[in-house]
Design a protein around this ligand. Structure first.
Ligand SMILES: Nc1ncnc2c1ncn2[C@@H]1O[C@H](COP(=O)(O)OP(=O)(O)OP(=O)(O)O)[C@@H](O)[C@H]1O
Length: 762
């Protein structure tokens, strides 16, 4: 069932402004838009006012009115009592002329409808009812009680509103030969005329905005028109009705405003407060006059100007006092009528929504990560004042879980991490398919690694690859997989540092639908994806104790259990793990499980750092020149001697990956086909210590001088080791705790030889 407030779905951006501002929570949030639930709506128009995207609109009655005007039947216009506050640029007589030009046969003032109901009102008040009477001229208040406070139906005065009264009055004089259009700033009137108890009195409600639009379309400038008198009855005090206190003036309620038995109030907050007070029996008034809009009927949402309540109030008062309006009352309205029925009844339209149990609320709160009381932030971003109200609305199907902002932000972050991981996986898969896998190097360390790969590759043994970052651990894992019987099956790579504990568990072992928020379907884990092949867990030293225990269980049993699942599945996966952390230290310090360490460390390969395999430096450089040339789309086929010399003297903290990156950078920078020393980062130029043997060299830059001094210290130390070991280079290397090859390289660089220190050989 749709009511007069419509949603333009394409415009709704789900900002929840309407949810937040709707006083009776009559907005339901759907997948792509928020819409009004008509049976709960009270037509106050707040959602229209707060929607910056103009996605909430009031059903426009101008087209329907035009159609009425185009037929032979008479159509009468009734101007709501607030019209002088909205059409103040033109005189009332010009407005009447304008309406007649549009085709209306007669124009009446709604204020005369107020006077029609005055007696009925006072009769009810004077009967001294035993419970407070609530006025019924504001349709929003009537809807509020019918739809949300049905226990107060008995308090509603059984009199129609002035709009219905004048509609019935006009129709009583014309028979069914006439249509009546009411023009007002009140959009709730559009709701009211549809109520079965008053149906037929008014045929359409036009807002002032819609009427102005009709004037514009007809190019009618009211200021240029002559004046025409009203055709209806001349009202007396009814013209004061729309403003605060107006009804009491019109109905001649003698007791003043200070008397607690006669209360007149308006505005959303006051209206809701007084109805709650009345419902709870906290106040005992005789007559309560309530109008929902701020300032009374001059505050309706169907307005066409932005004047303040005070200036509109002044305009109404001026109009009342001026007495300049002219009337040429149609004689038919003077004729006596059989008594006009001005009563109405009301109906309980309350739709009770199921209330969740405490347990259901708790479960919904948990879905948005609210487990403890302090997790309930009550931030209001969802449109509900508290997390509990939001949870109840979710239970009642009015709200979405995703409306919780902190929860949605967290979900987004988790999704981002998962996507980043998936991106890494895709990248790896591509490089596995199209990238180079060849391990370059002829130095003894690399040859030793290649031998180990050859030996362990074809076996199903678990391998632990260790070594500094960028030394080729992943490359080695790929080589092992390619050399294995599983080479035609998948190699799944996972970097354990990128995922949180819970995500890593679901990533590795999969999850069942509903295992946690966001687990919308069953999902296969990486262990299952690697079934029959190999799984490479990079940075294994970074997984948490919980996951270490789980991994150990999988390695021992060969079975995986998805998160949230009850049964296990057998998988045949070869595990290769890598780390640059000292796991033995981890075992001692307690952050790595000893049993897992031994389970992983069945066969270990330690990747030597680049600084200890400089024998392969040139081969690596050549390899990277080739691959980089392709990548940067340049032909680079050589590197100059000084650049290589500088590279030999560099420590390579980032190892082979750093070398690869430096070559790529240089390839981009070079202007010809060769990489020069100048194309390398500045540190390499500084490493070419031209004068490191000459202590008397005049001081140049601080860096040069420091480098020179360090070279001297280094040479002095080497000489001491050679002296102490009488030129035995192996012994000197052992004492210096350096690899023998490094010792030879250092001696070569400083032009030293063991022979010079052997006894008798000097
Ligand atoms: N011996 C080698 N021959 C050719 N390329 C190599 C060699 N070793 C490493 N690389 C290249 O160096 C880069 C870094 O290697 P890899 O990613 O295997 O190192 P890693 O030790 O796994 O690094 P991290 O610890 O940072 O994950 C890769 O592009 C790889 O192809």
């Amino acid at each position: 069932m749709t009511g007069p407030i419509k949603t333009v779905k394409e415009r709704c951006r789900k900002c929840y402004a309407c949810v937040r501002n709707c006083p009776v929570k009559a907005i339901k949030v759907k997948a792509n838009y928020a819409e009004v639930i008509y049976p709960r709506c009270i037509g106050c128009g707040k959602c229209i006012a707060v929607c910056t995207q103009k996605a909430k609109i009031i059903a426009d009655s101008s087209e329907e009115t035009r159609q009425f005007l185009a037929t032979a039947k008479k159509t009468v216009a009734v101007l709501g009592c607030s019209f002088p506050a909205f059409f103040h640029d033109a005189s009332p007589g010009q407005l009447v002329t304008g309406l007649k030009r549009l085709g209306f046969s007669e124009v009446h003032e709604g204020a005369s409808g107020v006077e029609l109901i005055s007696d009925s009102y006072m009769d009810q008040v004077e009967q001294s009812p035993d419970q407070p009477l609530i006025s019924t001229h504001c349709p929003t208040i009537v809807d509020l009680i019918e739809r949300h406070y049905p226990q107060m139906l008995k308090n509603l005065m059984t009199t129609v509103s002035p709009m219905i009264a004048i509609g019935r009055f006009i129709k009583a004089h014309h028979g069914d030969d006439v249509r009546v259009i009411y023009i007002s700033s009140c959009i709730a009137g559009k709701f009211e005329i549809a109520a079965e108890q008053v149906a037929g009195a008014i045929d359409g409600v036009l807002t002032y905005k819609e009427l102005s639009q009709m004037f514009r379309q007809q190019k009618l400038d009211l200021n240029r028109l002559g004046t025409t008198p009203f055709d209806g009855l001349e009202p007396q005090k009814g013209q004061l009705f729309p403003i605060t206190g107006g009804p009491f003036q019109v109905f001649d309620v003698k007791d003043d405003f200070f008397h607690p038995q006669f209360i007149s109030t308006e505005g959303e907050e006051n209206s809701l407060e007084i109805i709650r007070d009345l419902a709870a029996g906290r106040i005992q008034a005789r007559l309560v006059d309530i109008r929902f809009c701020n300032g009374g009927c001059i505050g309706g949402p169907g307005k066409n100007n932005r004047l303040t309540t005070f200036s509109k109030r002044t305009l109404i008062h001026q109009y009342f006092q001026s007495g300049s309006t002219t009337y040429k009352t149609n004689p038919r309205y003077q004729e006596p009528l059989p008594e006009l029925d001005l009563t109405r009844t009301f109906r309980n339209k309350h739709k009770r929504l199921d209330l969740p149990s405490g347990d259901s609320i708790r479960k919904i709160l948990q879905q948005t990560n609210k487990v403890r009381e302090q997790d309930e932030l009550d931030c209001g971003a969802c449109g509900y004042a508290t997390c509990r109200e939001h949870a109840i609305a979710v239970y009642q199907g009015l709200a979405d879980i995703e409306m919780c902002l902190p929860y949605s932000l967290q979900r987004l972050e988790e999704d981002r991490v998962i996507l980043a991981q998936k991106y890494e996986l895709a990248k790896h898969a591509l490089s596995q398919e199209f990238g180079e896998v060849e391990i370059v190097g002829k130095d003894p360390h690399t040859i030793e690694v290649l031998n180990l790969i050859r030996q362990v590759g074809p076996t199903p043994t678990t391998v632990l690859i260790r070594g500094e970052s960028g030394t080729g651990k992943e490359l080695t894992a790929r080589a092992i997989h390619q050399m294995s019987q599983r080479a035609d099956k998948t190699l799944v790579t996972l970097n354990c540092t990128t995922l949180t504990d819970s995500l890593l568990e679901s990533e590795l072992f999969g999850h069942k639908k509903g295992a946690f928020t966001g687990a919308l379907t069953d999902k296969r884990g990486l262990f299952e994806a690697a079934n029959g092949g190999t799984i490479f867990l990079d940075e294994i030293g970074d997984i948490t104790p919980k996951l270490q225990a789980e991994l150990l269980r999988v390695l021992d049993s060969g079975e995986i259990r998805p998160v949230g699942g009850n049964s296990s599945r057998q998988v045949d996966v070869r595990l290769i793990a890598a780390t640059n952390k000292n796991l033995e230290q981890g075992v001692t310090d307690g952050w790595f499980r000893e049993d897992l360490f031994y389970r992983l460390n069945v066969f270990s390969i330690t990747m030597p750092p680049l600084r200890s395999r400089l024998g392969s430096l040139e081969a690596l450089v050549e390899q990277f020149l080739r691959s980089t040339s392709k990548r940067v789309n340049k032909t680079i086929d050589s590197i100059d001697r000084r650049a290589i010399e500088a590279m030999r003297n560099y420590q390579w903290p980032g190892n082979i990956r750093e070398l690869q990156n430096i070559i790529e950078r240089a390839a981009v920078l070079t202007q010809d086909n060769c990489i020069h020393l100048e194309n390398l980062p500045v540190v390499f130029t500084e490493l070419i210590a031209k004068h490191h043997d000459d202590p008397d060299q005049p001081l140049t830059s601080f860096r040069d001088s420091l480098d020179r001094q360090l070279q001297l210290i280094e040479k002095g130390l080497l000489k001491s080791y050679l002296e102490q070991t009488q030129g035995n280079v192996s012994e000197a290397a052992r004492r210096a705790q350096l690899p023998r090859r490094s010792m030879y390289r250092l001696l070569e660089r400083h032009n030293l030889s063991g022979e010079d220190y052997r006894p008798g050989e000097k």
